[in-house]
Design a protein around this ligand. Structure first.
Ligand SMILES: Nc1ncnc2c1ncn2[C@@H]1O[C@H](COP(=O)(O)OP(=O)(O)OP(=O)(O)O)[C@@H](O)[C@H]1O
Length: 300
């Protein structure tokens, strides 16, 4: 997809004065909070990531504020998962900074970086369960990794904690004995969600949590995500192609396009953002500023 549309910045409400120097809003920031001088939980500046000669992220600026549930949208292959993997420390960006609570995880000493990353829970796109482990062992793995003190507990206590995580996503103890292959897609997502809650993370990342699910199971997962984030008082980033899900889960939305955040605003404005790129994307229009790469008989 190619386009030449100027970057748009979320407009500050008219009653908000010009931000202080150094706090100028960019497309992925929220001017009201930037002005108050609050430290974002996650602050990303100038993030670039290239694979070979394929530029994926090309200067991403994004702030995620305490308690916010940010939804990131964007076309397939635009780099949304790459962005989350950079935040998780699974990919190393070529340029830029990623601060978590003010600590740049790309330059911080290993111990400080680990401390930041320990606070993050992740639900991967395909739930990423270990096929050869039972559901309960998958969750125990997450617990031991994210809450190392769990390892010192007697095994029955560890199992009890894993079962409590399963219960938080509405699954009973009998599910713990099953293997991932025996679960439906929706149950796999729920187990992945339970595992992501291990260690009570204060930052939650969700990569396409409802993809491949029927509308009812999507609603169940949306509801569980909202409840879990609320219960933990967490800050969340969710990647989704599901506009209904985006508006249920998100308090704010941001659009990634051509390697940058080109718009951010309230999630309930996704369908009428006033940005032609965002509106073409959210409505699925074939005509608009986003050029469609796939040859289509567009004569009708
Ligand atoms: N480890 C990697 N090595 C090489 N290329 C990669 C790697 N990871 C991602 N990419 C490429 O980066 C681009 C962005 O991938 P990414 O998975 O972030 O897209 P996405 O926006 O999440 O897409 P989708 O919505 O379809 O899941 C893709 O072209 C992908 O092939």
């Amino acid at each position: 997809m190619t386009i030449a549309v100027p970057q748009e910045t979320e407009k500050a409400p008219p009653d908000i004065a010009a931000p202080a120097p150094g706090h100028e809003p960019v497309a992925g920031t929220s001017p009201a909070q930037a002005q108050k001088g609050t430290v974002p939980r996650i602050r990303i500046r100038g993030l670039c990531k290239t694979f070979g000669n394929h530029v994926v992220l090309d200067g991403v600026d994004l702030d995620v504020w305490p308690g916010e549930s940010l939804v990131v949208i964007g076309g397939s292959g635009t780099g949304k998962s790459v962005l989350l993997r950079c935040i998780l420390g699974l990919l190393t960006p070529d340029e830029g900074s990623i601060e978590i609570d003010g600590v740049d995880i790309l330059t911080a000493p290993a111990e400080e970086r680990e401390k930041c990353l320990q606070q993050i829970g992740m639900l991967f796109q395909n739930a990423a369960l270990f096929d050869s482990m039972s559901v309960l062992d998958n969750i125990l793995f997450g617990l031991r990794a994210k809450a190392p003190q769990t390892r010192k507990l007697p095994l029955p206590r560890q199992r009890q904690e894993a079962l409590e995580l399963l219960a938080q996503v509405g699954l009973g103890a009998s599910v713990g004995e099953l293997m991932p292959a025996e679960l439906s897609g929706g149950m796999q997502k729920r187990v992945g969600l339970a595992r992501s809650l291990a260690g009570r993370p204060s930052i939650q990342l969700f990569d396409e949590p409802t993809t491949g699910l029927d509308p009812i199971m999507s609603s169940v997962i949306n509801r569980l995500i909202v409840d879990c984030v609320k219960r933990l008082g967490a800050t969340a980033i969710t990647i989704t192609h599901d506009m209904e899900s985006a508006q249920v889960i998100g308090t704010r939305a941001a659009m990634l396009y051509e390697g940058r955040i080109i718009w951010s605003g309230p999630a309930d404005r996704l369908m009428d953002s006033g940005n032609p790129v965002v509106e073409q994307f959210t409505h699925g229009w074939l005509k608009g500023p986003i050029k469609i790469d796939y040859p289509l008989p567009l004569s009708s």
